[in-house]
Design a protein around this ligand. Structure first.
Ligand SMILES: [Fe+2]
Length: 202
């Protein structure tokens, strides 16, 4: 059973250079993301086989691993979409999502500061996420989430609008240990058109 599939990148491997190199993007997509997809499918197969045979497996362990790999798959799939080559016309924030960010954070600059600090301060491997919470107040609200690994600290109800991978595999070959520089440069390749689309269909 192949429930999850590795999506193609929406651009060429070298499209995000110099902010994210071809080498990093290729490894990240073809090896790391692919690994999460195949591990998630293998886990689903294992659970399915056990279900058919009646075997009681270690569900605690299986579901923890499944959550890690499915989280990895969904976050990477989103990550590729919320990036675009620099200076392509969609790298400027505008529209309703800008208004919502200004309402929630006071200004776009303040949002950028909070998101950057969130990403910089992830302990070990994880993500910074801008999310919309439907259940948060009368009209919902934006918030920033700091996810550890791919699945720790998530809220049960949310729409991911923007996410940034700060696992070392996302930047180490390009920036060595300088995660802050990677984050600073990453703002050049955010696809705000996609963020706006996600906000509109939240
Ligand atoms: Fe990653």
């Amino acid at each position: 059973m192949e429930k999850y599939k590795l999506p193609d990148l929406p651009y060429a491997y070298d499209a995000l250079a110099p902010y994210m190199s071809q080498e990093v993007l290729k490894l990240h997509h073809d090896k790391h993301h692919a690994g999460y997809v195949s591990a998630a499918n293998a886990l689903l197969d294992k659970i399915d086989t056990a279900r058919k045979s009646g075997e009681v497996i270690d569900f605690k362990s299986a579901l923890k691993t499944l959550s890690f790999n499915v989280g990895g798959h969904i976050l990477h799939e989103t990550f590729w979409k919320v990036m675009a080559p620099a200076n392509t016309g969609n790298s400027r924030i505008k529209g309703e999502v800008l208004k919502a960010i200004e309402k929630e954070f006071g200004s776009f600059e303040r949002f950028k500061t909070e998101f950057t600090e969130t990403a910089k301060s992830v302990e070990g491997s994880g993500w910074a996420i801008l999310a919309f919470h439907k259940e948060h107040g009368e009209n919902g609200a934006l918030s920033i989430i700091q996810v550890e690994k791919h699945n720790v600290n998530f809220y049960p109800e949310q729409t991911i609008l923007l996410c940034l991978d700060v696992w070392e595999h996302a930047y180490y070959l390009d920036y060595k240990n300088d995660r802050a520089k990677f984050i600073e440069n990453w703002w050049n390749i955010v696809n705000w058109e996609e963020v706006e689309k996600r906000f509109a269909s939240k």
